[in-house]
Design a protein around this ligand. Structure first.
Ligand code: GLN
Ligand code: ZN
Length: 758
């Protein structure tokens, strides 16, 4: 039996919309609630206001098919876990919101669930935990109340939920589950809950439901493809359900396409910006929700190419709906808020609201274009859609600089370097250090804002930053750290700061994009050739070094990460763009060394993020990414210790590449994942210094010296004592000084206890 009452899908939609608020209203409301400064009711009202604003805005832009349930107080994967009842008992609280926050942030004595990157984006999701005993059960209050809220405004919506296959593939196994158990083993149980959800939504009068299945664009094995088939056969056969849109994004469906095509779902969403349109003919008879407007970049859509792709799909597959390639969660709200951008660059740009307008416009163009069947664009190969034509000759892009990568690495083999560094730095075993940033106080941010507004002069700002550096250095000396940092007080953000000091970038004032929970970044726009006009960090780092006899670690962001966390020009291969940035970083490393810094950290937390989602292409990517990093760092002499930092990047999955970076010391995330990395056999072969992050800085919890000691002992079981470093799992910028002092005290204490034993 199939759907009782198929409703036609309107001509244009988007897969999702930002939710943090154009003025980051949700961020402020969350943080105020977490700090006890406001009530849960106030938080709920802020959420309702943001949803109302979003729907009215989308409707005002002419969009007919509006998504709902794309709002989230923290994360849409976490929302799905709550929806399905996949809530480990230790997190249950009196309200749904507090349960949600307990899972995301932990509570006293209970560590939060792990967090990791959402496919190849810089958005982080909360990893659900599924075991053989997880008691699934439907909690549909959130999607239902959103449908009702929109309806009260006179708007019908399409609830969006993560689909069952993606949800289970992203989940982790509950600790202690029997060997061989995989979350996908629970598919049948989970499908029972999805069935109840669909029945519930049908009873609400919902016409369409969107099930997001981005996992279908990764390499799937036979078992996973069988799960796709089973899931959508079963949900599709449910009597009395809404019509189903299964949305894929971030790439092409590949082998999952014929499988989905065979199921009774009414619509399939395909990414025609990053995916291959081949094979879409298999979807004849279904509605194809064609993602021709990129949800991943800020460039205007090339209308002709997009229209060509849409016509080709229509000819081949039947009914076409114009859409974004993925949710607009990954782009800022509104270009109109950016009044300071170079007008020539502006003309090339589109943010979320401009992209919605593009979708609507393309749907109009498609409707008025020749009807299906008349001669149109060839069907087999619609052109890729993303490349914007430069809108003005004045921003036409110059020819790329020749790639410098791979010529030579310059440094001696690690044992030679390690000996030179040991003699020079004279560090104790288990040296304690941090990842770079110290808490950014309100005062400091106010000073930066005052500088930007012209209310504080350069000299006064500089003195403010220096005062902060003095305090941070003194604090680290008092706490007994071994390798100090200057604390990054001058940086608004580890990528934006460099973008502001390099040619080829533009930065925005309001272009916030959610990174996780209440956290946002403003990705810079890399639109031209990258060059470093002058040293960037040297004066701050050398000032810090002048204050102490202990080594200070210079702090830079790596070339892959600078590119990954920016919106990047698409007229050059990514590799060439990364090479240009690597050149600039290399010059900065050499200048730091020349200024007397003996340790330089080049962070590359985004190394795994850009890894192609399918295996084909991964090796080639890692090869050039590693080469770029080595080019950036290999100008340093043997005595200079190069550190790198990779957080939340599943370093265990790319350990060989991490090793190949050839950094003298690598710090990684491990506090939250319970030292999972250290369980990897490959770690034993890791040839250089390793700092497992023993303090989870994404949580307000302060770890005890005993907890830290246990993680360090786990590290000492697999690594020689002279290779193990003691550090938090990321920068301390988002924590308070109270938390940081307490936690670092415990790190130093744990290291001292163990030093006696090693
Ligand atoms: N050095 C940076 C900091 O400490 C690293 C941040 C990161 O890896 N995300 O803030
Ligand atoms: Zn980090």
């Amino acid at each position: 039996m199939t759907a009782a009452r198929p409703q036609p899908f309107p001509a244009a939609t988007i897969l999702g919309y930002p939710r943090i608020g154009p003025g980051r209203e949700l961020k402020r409301a969350l943080e105020s609630y977490w700090d006890g400064r406001s009530t849960l009711d106030e938080l709920r009202r802020t959420g309702a206001g943001l949803r109302e604003r979003a729907w009215r805005r989308l409707a005002g832009l002419g969009l007919q098919a509006l998504p709902s349930n794309t709002f989230s107080l923290y994360d849409q994967v976490l929302d799905t876990a709550l929806l399905l009842g996949a809530v480990p008992a230790r997190y249950r609280s009196t309200t749904d919101e507090d349960t949600c926050f307990a899972m995301a942030r932990g509570t006293d004595g209970v560590a939060p669930l792990r967090m990791t990157k959402w496919f190849d984006t810089n958005y982080h999701y909360i990893v659900p935990e599924i075991g053989p005993d997880t008691a699934f059960g439907l909690s549909a209050a959130k999607p239902v109340s959103e449908v009702r809220q929109a309806r009260d405004l006179g708007l019908e919506t399409r609830p969006v939920v993560i689909g069952p296959v993606t949800f289970l593939l992203l989940a982790e196994v509950t600790p202690g589950a029997p060997a061989g158990f995989a979350p996908l083993d629970r598919l049948a149980d989970v499908l029972g809950v999805y069935e109840r959800l669909l029945t519930t939504l049908a009873a609400e009068g919902v016409g369409w439901v969107q099930l997001d299945e981005p996992a279908l664009v990764t390499d799937l094995g036979a078992a996973e493809l069988a799960a796709v088939r089973a899931a959508y056969e079963r949900l599709g056969s449910l009597a009395d359900r809404p019509s189903l849109l299964v949305a894929s994004y971030f790439g092409g469906l590949g082998e999952a396409l014929p499988v989905l095509a065979d199921t009774p779902v009414e619509a399939v969403g395909v990414d025609l910006v990053h995916g291959d349109p081949a094979g879409l003919g298999a979807l004849a008879g279904k509605t194809v929700v064609a993602g021709v407007v990129s949800g991943r970049d800020v460039w205007r859509t090339d209308r002709e190419r997009a229209l060509g792709a849409l016509l080709a799909v229509r000819e081949h597959a039947g009914r076409v709906v114009v859409s974004t390639s993925c949710s607009l969660l990954h782009v800022p709200y509104d270009l109109d808020a950016e009044t300071g951008l170079d007008p020539a660059l502006r003309r090339r740009l589109a943010f979320a609201d401009q992209k919605v307008a593009e979708v609507v416009e393309l749907a109009d163009l498609l409707a008025s274009a020749s009807a299906p069947g008349s001669p149109a664009v060839p069907v087999s190969a619609p052109a890729p859609v993303a490349v914007p034509a430069p809108a003005s000759a004045s921003v036409a892009v110059p020819a790329p600089a020749p790639a410098p990568v791979g010529e030579r690495t310059g440094r001696s083999p690690y044992p030679v370097r390690a000996a030179a560094q040991a003699a020079h730095l004279r560090l104790p075993p288990l040296p304690v250090t941090t990842i770079g940033s110290f808490p950014q106080t309100g005062e400091l941010r106010a000073a930066r804002a005052a500088l930007a507004a012209g209310e504080l002069d350069e000299a006064a700002y500089e003195e403010r930053v220096r005062a902060e550096i003095r305090e941070v250095v003194a604090l680290q000396e008092r706490l007994g750290l071994d390798v100090l940092v200057h604390g990054e007080p001058e940086r608004n953000d580890m990528v934006q700061y460099f973008a502001e000091h390099l040619d080829g970038f533009a930065v925005t004032r309001h272009g916030w994009v959610q990174s996780y929970g209440s956290r946002c970044t403003r990705p810079p726009i890399l639109h031209g050739d990258v060059r470093r006009p002058e040293p960037i960090t040297v004066r701050w780092a050398s000032y810090a070094q002048s204050l102490t006899a202990r080594p200070v670690k210079g702090m830079l962001t790596g070339p892959v990460t600078i590119v990954a966390w920016s919106f990047v020009r698409d007229d050059l291969p990514l590799r060439d763009v990364v090479c240009q940035v690597a050149d600039a970083v290399r010059a900065e490393v050499r200048d730091l060394e020349a200024a007397g810094l003996s340790v330089v950290q080049v962070d590359e937390p985004a190394l795994r993020e850009l890894l192609p989602l399918r295996r084909a292409g991964q090796d080639a990517y890692l090869e050039w990414a590693v080469a770029a990093y080595r080019w950036a760092t290999s100008g340093a002499g043997d005595r200079t210790q190069i550190h790198t930092h990779l957080c939340y990047s599943d370093a265990d999955q790319i350990l060989a590449a991490v090793d190949a970076l050839d950094a003298d010391v690598t710090s990684v995330e491990s506090a939250r994942s319970g030292a999972r990395l250290l369980g990897e056999p490959a770690v034993k072969g890791f040839g250089r210094g390793l700092g497992p992050g023993v303090y989870d800085i994404h949580s307000p919890r302060v770890p005890t010296a005993d907890e830290v000691g246990e993680l360090l002992e786990a590290a000492l079981r697999v690594l020689p004592a002279d290779r193990v470093w003691v550090n938090p799992d990321c920068g301390l910028k988002t924590r308070t000084y109270g938390q940081v002092e307490a936690a670092l005290t415990n790190l130093v204490e744990a290291a001292r206890r163990l030093r006696g034993a090693v």
